[in-house]
Design a protein around this ligand. Structure first.
Ligand code: PGA
Length: 301
């Protein structure tokens, strides 16, 4: 992601949404393999580094995309243990907006935080469609996560019928505006510079280092193998960027990465990453295999 002046602000993001896949045991095996792949890449880079760079170890390694694993809730503990001390982050796929209470079967965002999660998906299309999550509910969840200092990954995207009837723009903008409506007015979500003497982003920058991530996921591209074109992705991302600039101000907006999701694979990743305003990926199917997830992360190198 680049600032208006063309300065690189952060590494691309590679977010792996496992959905309802991988038991704790399988999750441990995946993390082990991913850590080995990362170590090998760092070692081979150090070995080929110029003498002046040798000995810098992992710090001298070529930067990969920031990897974030999003396991199902019951496997989060295993992931937290396995990834301890690594630079691979993790998060939840969903949470309630209350910290605790009589909400049978729900997961608290506070528990995510205690387990070291830095991120949580909000409003994935499967949650919206299969579990009837509304924009209002997304707004409450987003606010709760921001208050706890976790980075929400807000998913927006249109169905095939909505695209074919020309509703894509209006729909994704509505999803974005509605989800932000509670957090926007909240003290933590102000533009930098309005927050007194704290960090440049005041208290707004949570554990993940971003106030928010927005994932554009056209529903028709999720799990279908039908990937959106670079033009389609670029158009929507530019639209989302303009809206974030307007809603939150350009300074805060430039700290909010925009990632694309929907049938992303190592074979199509490079092309998508080169599309305008694309800061990384939200990956479903291809994130279940450590090698293909890592191959996508290496595209960010
Ligand atoms: P997919 O899923 O990569 O399998 O299409 C993406 C997602 O649902 O986040």
């Amino acid at each position: 992601m680049k600032s208006a002046e063309g300065k690189v602000l952060h590494r691309p993001l590679c977010l792996g949404n496992w959905k309802m896949n991988k038991s704790p045991q399988e999750a441990r095996a995946f993390c082990q393999e991913l850590k080995s792949l990362l170590e090998e890449a760092q070692e081979s880079h150090s070995a080929s580094a110029r003498p002046s760079e040798a000995g810098r170890g992992a710090q001298g390694a070529k930067p990969l995309a920031q990897m974030v694993v999003l396991p199902p809730a019951l496997s989060l503990w295993a992931v937290a243990e396995s990834l301890q001390g690594t630079e691979i982050a993790y998060g939840g796929q969903n949470c309630h907006f209350e910290i605790s209470g009589a909400f049978t079967g729900e997961n608290s965002p506070k528990v995510l935080q205690e387990l070291g999660a830095q991120y949580c998906l909000v409003g994935h299309s499967e949650r919206r469609k299969l579990f009837h999550e509304t924009n209002d509910l997304c707004a409450q969840k987003l606010k709760a996560l921001i208050e706890l200092g976790l980075t929400p990954i807000l998913c927006v995207g249109e169905s095939l019928e909505e695209r074919q009837s020309g509703q894509t723009e209006a729909l994704v903008l509505e999803q974005l505006r509605e989800a932000l409506k509670l957090a926007k007015g909240d003290g933590r979500f102000k533009t930098p510079g309005t927050q007194g003497s704290a960090t440049p982003q005041g208290q707004a920058v949570p554990g993940g280092g971003f106030p928010l991530i927005v994932a554009y996921e056209p529903v028709w591209a999720i799990g279908t193998g039908q990937v959106a074109t670079v033009e389609q992705v670029g158009e929507v991302h530019q639209l989302l960027r303009q809206e974030l600039d307007q809603l939150l101000g350009p300074e805060l907006s430039q700290n909010i990465p925009l990632v694309y999701g929907g049938s992303v694979k190592p074979e199509n990743g490079a092309e998508l990453l080169a599309a305008p305003a694309v800061d990384g990926f939200l990956i479903g199917g291809a994130s279940l295999d450590a090698k293909s997830f890592f191959a996508l992360a290496q595209l960010g190198a």
